[in-house]
Design a protein around this ligand. Structure first.
Ligand SMILES: [Mn+2]
Length: 316
């Protein structure tokens, strides 16, 4: 049975008039049971290793928290933002056993009770193998989900030696014996890194895919408007242009702009269908001056900002 290790939210001392995320987080709660929103880290990159990728994503959760802790609440939604932070609880990082399947199942067990009682969950990866554990949270809670994945790759590769990895989570989810995946839609594909056979696989499964080039904010709005509840959204940072997100295992010479990516994060927050998100593939050893960690942190910040606009027509 996996343990959770407490998260570090140390922030530099700031003026009391200038509180930061790291100081406010969870300050209105005595425990996670009443949390509106829960965070959990999955410091695992065993799947990246198995997939032949460059490891380092196991350090993702701590680098992401460091960047997130320093941010201010959104001044445009000040009171709501501060209140949301005060009612957000970080469960900490899952302590990996070293056995990937076991760790993915453990992540599912950690998430399930919170998803069941209606908390919104944010999972800090880890390689994209994080998404299978994320899905297992819903499956364990007895909930069927539709899945939206922002990614340069479809991540439906076959297993390797009968084992999953960072390139296979959505194949494992689509074929999961629980039958809890209601639909899969991947957006942001980079045509030069997508195997035709994987698109054929998606077609055969009735899954949907869209390429990154040509994507607009209006199309992102439509994608969320069409999203069926309950939904989980996965944010793979390698969908973003390498110039803006160098700290990933598999960067792309072209990719989504940060503006489009963050619009997708805001809409995930403002869409009532969305129950949980993950941010994956942040690889701190390959990062440049914490640039990708900052973008990952801002992805969550935008999600929170969108969450406060839930049910209204407000834009970012
Ligand atoms: Mn991916």
């Amino acid at each position: 049975m996996n343990r959770l290790s407490p998260a570090d939210w140390t922030v530099p001392v700031t003026d009391p008039q200038d509180p930061r995320v790291g100081r406010l987080l969870g300050s209105g709660l005595s425990g996670p049971e009443e949390a509106l929103c829960v965070l959990v880290g999955f410091p695992v990159d065993e799947g990246v290793r198995r997939n032949g990728g460059r490891p380092g994503a196991a350090q993702g959760p701590s680098a992401l928290r460091r960047a997130l802790a320093r941010l201010t609440p959104d001044p445009a939604r000040w009171e709501g933002f501060v209140n949301l932070l005060r009612r957000t609880w970080d469960l900490g990082d899952l302590v990996p056993s070293g056995e990937l399947t076991e760790d993915q199942e453990a992540l599912g067990r950690v998430l399930a009770p919170y998803l069941e009682r209606g908390s919104t969950a944010i999972i800090l990866g880890g390689g994209h193998e994080t998404a299978l554990g994320h899905f297992l949270g819903h499956a364990t809670a007895g909930r069927s989900v539709s899945i939206l994945n922002w990614d340069a790759h479809p991540d439906v590769r076959p297993l390797l030696d009968a084992e999953g990895h960072s390139g296979s989570p959505f194949r494992q989810i689509l074929e999961h014996p629980s039958g809890r995946c209601r639909g899969y839609h991947v957006v942001g594909l980079n045509p030069h890194v997508v195997a035709k056979a994987h698109l054929d696989y998606l077609d055969a499964r009735g899954a949907r895919y869209e390429f990154g080039p040509g994507l607009t904010q209006a199309r992102i709005d439509e994608i969320y408007a069409e999203l069926e509840a309950d939904a989980m959204v996965s944010f793979d940072l390698d969908a973003v242009d390498q110039a803006a997100a160098p700290g990933v295992s598999a960067p792309g010479a072209i990719g989504l702009t940060p503006a489009l990516w963050l619009h997708a994060a805001f809409r995930a927050g403002s869409s009532p269908a969305v129950r949980s998100i993950d941010i994956v593939e942040l690889c701190p050893p390959l990062d440049r001056d914490d640039q990708t960690a900052r973008l990952a942190a801002l992805t969550i910040w935008k999600f929170w900002s969108g969450f406060l606009a839930r049910g209204s027509q407000e834009g970012p």
